[in-house]
Write a protein that binds this ligand. Structure first.
Ligand SMILES: Nc1ncnc2c1ncn2[C@@H]1O[C@H](COP(=O)(O)OP(=O)(O)OP(=O)(O)O)[C@@H](O)[C@H]1O
Ligand SMILES: [Mg+2]
Length: 480
């Protein structure tokens, strides 16, 4: 028996079987001894009455010859009354009177140990199985005169009715035990099933999941250990499925994003290779140059996309490591702002720093630069000509909070939750014209999280957007 449910059911059966068997034996055993005791007590009472009846017929250890004729009548009379065979014995154990006419024992010497004991002065009893008569109970009591045994009375009564009654009780108990055993085994099997059923289902689900089918869920009922396990399995399956879907989506997004510049380059390279327009006229140098320039910018876009993807993959790998150093955050921000000022000026955007608290922290300086380049470039790019982009740095407690705010068009509330997702762009076509890949904020978020910080965005349409980067700073440090 290999299965758990089989083993449980067999164990259940054996335990119930043994318990019932022990109970039956105990009950039948005590019933038997109780009934036999009762019968023995009754038989001794009868024997003693018989002793009293025959005692007057004895003299000097023998029944007197004068009374020998009356003794058998007395014995027979009492036998009818008591329902037992009654024998009177002399001191040598010889039968002197027998209540049975046929097969009379008169003249025979009885050698039963009970007889010897009675003739020695003590009453005795015994049970025998006799061929033809079944179970009989012997009770022998001495006939005493002046406290000396002069003979004995031997009573033999049938106790078959006791055993028949016991057999009836045993039959009833056997039937009831059988029914109880069947019911208990069925109940045990049902209980075993309720335990092993979910385990079996869980095993099948795990096997199917192992083969790649992540949609596996199992039913959970109750609050027992198996139900807890099932719930844990379902949660794990859901997370794996979600993760799998995200990976698929990401792959589809990557393919889609890569396809756009690749098709653009293909569309431009085909006529270039042909060398002439559809009408048949050859391209002039200027057209060649325009097409080549556009191809170059698409290739550049492609390169940036691949670079960003590689960067993100590196940042998301569990083996990513930051090159931690002591960083003066205000100085770092001033440097980035300084570097981006020409670009902002060219776009007609005013880029400035507000109040910068002095904060020093342990961080990867190059990565933090990347964060601020991304955020400031977004402000410049999406704010558009005439807007202002400002960077502030505060230090409440042990956190450094940098804010990059712009007075641009803002981000509609329904998009705000998604802008940190990979490839997410509020206005796809506009962002793509600007060369955006939609990976910038995903990279920002990842870098900030690797530093143990958070980044959030607040925005009001037509008023502008504020990106807030919180980073843990040295306790007490950075005033310098
Ligand atoms: N300051 C901002 N004002 C308005 N919209 C913004 C601002 N910053 C980001 N966005 C919106 O969020 C989207 C996601 O920005 P993200 O930096 O991730 O991508 P991107 O700028 O399009 O591409 P990349 O940064 O990789 O060049 C942008 O496409 C833009 O629609
Ligand atoms: Mg960006």
């Amino acid at each position: 028996m290999r299965s758990l449910s089989g083993r449980l059911a067999v164990t259940y059966f054996l335990v119930v079987f043994l318990a019932l068997a022990a109970l039956n034996l105990l009950v039948l055993g005590s019933l038997e001894s109780f009934a036999l005791n009762q019968r023995t007590v009754a038989a001794f009472t009868s024997t003693n009455i018989a002793v009293n009846l025959v005692e007057p017929f004895y003299r000097d250890g023998h029944p007197t010859p004068a009374h020998e004729g009356h003794l058998p009548d007395t014995v027979r009379g009492y036998a009818v009354q008591s329902g037992a065979r009654v024998l009177a014995l002399d001191l040598s154990g010889r039968v002197v009177a027998d209540s049975y006419w046929s097969e009379s024992y008169v003249g025979r010497v009885l050698t039963h140990p009970e007889v010897a004991q009675a003739l020695a002065g003590r009453s005795a009893s015994g049970r025998r199985w006799l061929e033809g008569s079944g179970w009989v109970l012997y009770t022998v009591a001495p006939v005493l005169q002046s406290k000396q045994p002069v003979g004995a009375v031997f009573l033999s009564s049938s106790i078959n009715d006791v055993y028949e009654g016991l057999a009836g009780v045993a039959r009833t108990m056997l039937i009831m035990s059988g029914v109880a055993l069947v019911v208990a085994t069925l109940a045990g099997t049902a209980v075993a099933r309720t335990i092993t059923g979910p385990v079996t289902r869980l095993t099948r689900a795990v096997e199917r999941m192992g083969r790649g089918d992540l949609g596996q869920r199992v039913a959970t009922r109750g609050r027992d250990e198996v139900a807890t396990l099932s719930r844990a399995f379902n949660e794990m399956a859901a997370r794996l499925q979600e993760e799998d879907e995200r990976r698929r989506e990401f792959l589809a997004d990557v393919a889609h994003e890569l396809q756009t510049p690749v098709s653009a380059i293909r569309a431009m390279s085909e006529p270039l290779a042909a060398g002439r327009e559809e009408g048949g006229r050859d391209y002039d140098v200027e057209t060649y140059r325009d097409l080549a320039r556009e191809m170059e910018s698409e290739a550049e876009r492609l390169g940036r996309l691949v670079g960003d993807l590689l960067d993100l993959a590196r940042l998301e790998s569990p083996a990513v490591s930051l090159r931690l150093e002591e960083v003066d955050l205000a100085g770092l921000i001033e440097g980035v702002v300084h570097g981006l000022t020409p670009q902002a000026r060219a776009a007609g955007v005013i880029l400035e720093t507000g109040s910068l608290a002095r904060v020093s922290l342990l961080a990867d300086g190059l990565r933090l630069e990347q964060v601020f380049v991304n955020l400031i470039t977004n402000g410049v790019k999406y704010g558009g000509a005439g807007c202002r982009v400002r960077v502030d740095l505060e230090r409440p407690g042990d956190t450094a909070v940098a804010m990059v705010s712009d007075t641009g068009p803002g981000i509609p509330a329904e998009h705000l939750d998604h802008i940190f997702d990979r490839f997410y762009r509020v206005d796809r076509s506009r962002s793509r014209q600007g060369g955006g890949t939609g990976l910038g904020l995903a990279i920002v978020k990842r870098i900030v999280e690797l530093h143990g910080g958070t980044v959030t965005a607040r925005s009001r349409p037509r008023e502008g957007t504020v990106f807030e980067v919180s980073l843990p700073a040295h306790p007490g440090g950075g005033a310098g």
